[in-house]
Design a protein around this ligand. Sequence first.
Ligand code: NAD
Length: 496
Amino acid sequence: MSESKVYKNYINGEWVESSSGQTYENRNPANTDDLIGVFQKSNEKDVDAAISAAENAYDGWRLTPAPKRGELIFKAAQKLVEKKEMISRDMTREMGKVIKETRGDTQEAIDMGFYMAGEGRRMFGETTPSEMPNKFQMSVRQPMGVCAMITPWNFPIAIPSWKIFPALVCGNTVVIKPATYTPLSVLHFMEIFEECGFPPGVVNMVTGSGGAVGEPLMRDPRVKLVSFTGSSEVGSLVSQACAPEFRHCMLEMGGKNGQLVMDDADLDLALEGALWGAFGTTGQRCTATSRVICHKDIVKEFTERLVEQAKKIKMGDGLDESVDMGPAVSESQMNTVLEYMEIGKKEAKLLCGGERQTGGNYDKGYFTQPTIFGDVTEDMRIFQEEIFGSVTSITTCDSFEDGINKLNNVVYGLSASVYTRDVNKAFTAMRDVYTGIFYVNAPTIGAEISLPFGGTKATGNGHREAGKQALEVFSEWKAVYVDFSGALQRAQIDNN
Ligand code: NAD
């Protein structure tokens, strides 16, 4: 079907094999006969080499003027534009989501590249008047050193770009460990950095498992910041690994996002939103709509229509432009989703789906049916736990206030949305729903790169990706005071 190419790690500007001498296969989750490539099964020695390279490259890169760093990032974004179709097609093969979505994933990396390239000429600090005569003061951003990035498989190039571009423009160097299932997308990204002439060691990639690569990477004291996106379980490990030395970590984790549909909502719009939010990316988005909370007066009609629409979703190989929904990313992810379907069947009322999709070509992949549960209540596991697959649930609310409470009643706080035509309700929800992202009359998915991305509660640790807020993660403030009075001036003392 396709040649089995061996792909290497990218360390210090060179393509190198792992010192383990071992590799692993990466296969297409829509068709496991399709071998995408063979990747390095790396270990702590490779991580050590990558961190050393990043450390050695740091001074040169930090002292490169930020506008020059921005120019290189601009070039990388242009290369992403040139290679968008190739990268997106390979991404569909390795991750499974449909081609229009992988094009969106690559586009997000392009957008982030152009945005952060511009930061090379901004990266604003402040000047403020001093309390003292003949004294000047300002704040400037300073880079931190080697930044480690550990990324998930659901946005194989967008999420790495949210981390790598702002880290680089701030003057840091990078070691990235891509998700085990999606190394090729990050490898293409590395090829771009090489082609654009980024100095050796500024960006490095080591492929392999979380245990063999992620662990030593997050534990190395030379790493000043770990930027992690993935599950809350692993995020907690990252946080603990960084805590003893007070090294920084930025954690973007799970979600259990809800869409509230009020009785005055435009139901057609709300239906379209729920369908896209729940089953886009096969439900494998951190912002996926895994809960729909419907006002009691419209729940019956909404449910019937949502189920009718979900049954029409066409599953298949995402490279076929007519397909709506691809497979789960892997066998283990599929099994997790199937387990939740069984849990849901016991707890609630199965309205459609609920099984693995089998027969014909489906048997070669990890397809799970679009699944909707009705009569779901707050105490149920399918209401509370992140499923990360093609499953959503419908819960009834008695009033707007009840709906808001139900939106909030989960441990996560990533995204939520409300559908209503009442401006007062829209603004109240905007204020009272405690999430990092909120939508009015739009689904829970669909963030843009110019605003902060991240969540509250168990979703994050207070940081945000994207927008100018990303700079807060990848730089530290330095307050600088210049006294040109020629005398000792004691703050808070000599001017009183
Ligand atoms: P995961 O936590 O299993 O893996 C994430 C990354 O961590 C992978 O690269 C993995 O190899 C690595 N890893 C695993 N164990 C490790 C360990 N012990 N030490 C160090 N690294 C380790 O998550 P996943 O299955 O890849 O992604 C799905 C999860 O990611 C979901 O929970 C989803 O909500 C979350 N996610 C969150 C966001 C966000 O921005 N909030 C975005 C996308 C995905």
